[in-house]
Design a protein around this ligand. Structure first.
Ligand code: SF4
Ligand code: MG
Length: 329
């Protein structure tokens, strides 16, 4: 059987007056019903752009989808009619963003905004919409939901606004929720609460989730698998435990080594040297080579393909085996 959602060999560029930025360079990943895939990478790695392509909010210049497929239940969203796509996007696949405040309309009460999403479904009466709105607000654990229907976005805290946005995303019972940096704008305590909520929802609703983040620290308790992105490619893909325990790509290894550890006092943090590449001039061979502690001449000359390391994990590194052995030491 096929996957619920599958991105296949996607290539996207941004054509600007300064040149062509190659933002997505052959991304392939899949998502099965009920599972959570974390897509991890620095800003500019292409993790949000891939999600925007899935949601169909990348159909205008300067973005240009050069090639690839985005299969939902086996059908390519990129070649379906506008009407067919509308059926899927926002309903079957919903998305939440980092900034709840700008995603919500400041001049309408939140109850009305959630109800408006519900009323997109034919035959939903005002009374149905109201009842379901309260249910959704309860589901995302907004206290005294029925009393807050008439409140405006600015009357909620940042964390509560993020819950309102999640309630809106859940209004049409999506099978897939894409969460793009859902906790980045929040303080640490609230971040943990929102991640807990997402983990509960995903379990209770048996919903599949793509969690996009730059923060390895937030994915451990939530995700089943991780795809690590760099310069518009997936450089490592593995189940969460294997990836944390024994990273097999130097970039992932660097990310893990730069997480502050509470259990090691005064530990000097190692960070990955250098900066992510300019996507108008991606380095030859392996795009990570200018920053890589394992670099050899072959890395400069030859683009590494995915090396399959068993258990379905892959690493796009000429020395994946060596890096993994080194990590296991
Ligand atoms: Fe480093 Fe070479 Fe592997 Fe790229 S291919 S990550 S440069 S060792
Ligand atoms: Mg982003």
């Amino acid at each position: 059987g096929g996957h619920l959602l599958e991105v296949r060999d996607l290539h996207i560029e941004f054509r600007t007056t300064e040149g062509v930025a190659k933002v997505i360079n052959g991304v392939t990943y899949h998502l099965d019903a009920g599972e959570t895939l974390a897509v991890l990478g620095e800003s500019g790695s292409g993790k949000s752009v891939t999600a925007q392509a899935i949601m169909g909010i990348l159909d205008t210049p300067p973005a240009h989808i050069r090639s690839g497929q985005i299969l939902y239940q086996g059908r390519d969203l990129l070649t379906r009619s506008e009407e067919q796509r509308r059926q899927v996007r926002g309903k079957e696949i919903a998305m939440i963003f980092q900034d709840a405040l700008s995603a919500l309309n400041p001049v309408f009460p939140v109850g009305w905004q959630i109800g408006e999403t519900l009323r997109q479904r034919e035959g939903t009466s005002r009374a149905d919409a109201r009842r379901r709105t309260v249910e959704l607000m309860d589901l995302v654990k907004i206290p005294a939901a029925a009393k807050r229907l008439g409140d405006y976005p600015h009357q909620f805290s940042g964390g509560m606004r993020q819950r309102v946005m999640i309630a809106m995303a859940l209004a049409l019972d999506p099978k897939v929720l894409i969460a793009d940096e859902p906790t980045t704008a929040l303080d640490v305590t609230v971040q943990a609460q929102i991640m807990d909520l997402l983990a509960d929802l995903r379990r209770d609703l048996n919903m599949a989730m793509i969690l996009i983040t730059h923060d390895l620290g937030v994915v451990a308790g939530v995700a089943d698998r991780i795809a690590v992105m760099y310069a518009g490619r997936i450089v490592e893909h593995a189940d969460v435990r294997s990836l944390y325990r024994v990273p097999a790509h130097p970039y992932t290894k660097g990310l893990l080594e730069s997480i502050p550890r509470l259990d090691v006092r005064g530990q000097a943090l190692s960070t990955i040297k250098g900066l992510p590449p300019n996507l108008m001039r991606i380095p030859s061979g392996c795009p990570f080579h200018p920053r890589c502690p394992y670099v050899q001449q072959v890395c400069v000359d030859v683009v590494p393909h995915d090396l399959v390391l068993g258990d379905g994990r892959t690493s796009a590194c000429h020395f994946a085996q060596e890096v993994r052995d080194d990590s296991a030491r």
